[in-house]
Design a binder for this molecule. Structure first.
Ligand code: PGA
Length: 253
């Protein structure tokens, strides 16, 4: 059974103290998680260690970085390497978020490098993809998103590809309050799974978790996550509120 995942993407929000309080509130809310369910907190770099310590004893909880540099090490002031992240016992990294693509000019080939260095350092990439509004309006979103996967992931051998978590996040739904309908999410997820199946075979495609992201909140999570090809969500705004995020975790199927 593939993993159902609620991933919190804090982005550049919360002070250290606020982050600690939020984690405590969620971890203390006694949510029962069956073994196929997982909660991942993608926190800012300076909070990784604190978050790792807090979730340490909880089997279904994990911590993720929000980015990493594409190179191993060197004179890149201010950057953080995949090796550094792994050395703090963190197991995941978000790669290719649309905000990084848009504001930091990260393109598909750079993201392929980041995916490689992450996997080389035992980090599971949460790989983000998704189309802008003009692409959706032109009706070419399926080809566009499939191409993002091909360009950044399909060079991987199957044993590496199976470690990837995909997050489909239509850009027009991120932080806008506008969610894709559960049917739109399902259609894209089923399409992406078929594209992966064509490249890697059906069993591998059936095991990959594909998360939906874009204005997921407590009130819509259950309907979106209920779709057969939606395996949970990558949640921005609503992950900053413990009650909202707890409701989202409980909506995992
Ligand atoms: P949002 O962000 O939930 O605030 O729309 C999702 C994301 O960017 O990962």
């Amino acid at each position: 059974m593939r993993q159902q995942i609620a991933a919190a993407n804090w982005k550049m929000n919360l002070t250290y103290k606020q982050g600690k309080t939020l984690l405590d509130e969620i971890l203390n809310s006694q949510i029962i998680l069956e073994p196929h369910k997982k909660v991942i907190f993608a926190v800012p770099f300076p909070y990784l260690r604190m978050a790792r310590k807090k979730v340490k004893e909880r089997e279904n909880y994990a911590v993720s970085a929000q980015n990493c540099h594409q190179l191993k090490s060197g004179a890149y002031t201010g950057e953080v390497s995949a090796e550094m992240i792994h050395s703090m016992s963190v197991g995941y990294v978000v790669i290719g978020h649309s905000e990084r693509r848009a504001y930091f000019n990260e393109d598909d080939s750079l993201l392929a490098e980041k995916v490689n260095i992450a996997l080389d350092n035992h980090l599971a990439p949460i790989f983000c993809c998704g189309e802008s509004l003009p692409i959706r309006e032109a009706g070419t979103q399926n080809d566009f998103v499939a191409q993002q996967l091909k360009n950044s992931l399909f060079h991987l051998p199957a044993e590496q590809m199976q470690k990837i978590i995909i997050a489909y996040e239509p850009i027009w739904a991120i932080g806008t309050g506008k969610t894709a309908s559960s049917q739109q999410a399902q259609d894209m997820h089923a399409w992406l799974r078929s594209v992966i199946a064509k490249q890697y075979g059906q069993p591998l495609a059936d095991n990959i978790s594909i998360l939906y992201g874009g204005s997921v909140k407590g009130s819509n999570a259950a309907e979106i996550f209920a779709q057969p090809d939606v395996d949970g969500g990558l949640v921005g705004g609503a992950s900053l509120n413990s009650e909202e995020f707890a409701t989202i975790i409980k909506a995992l199927k």
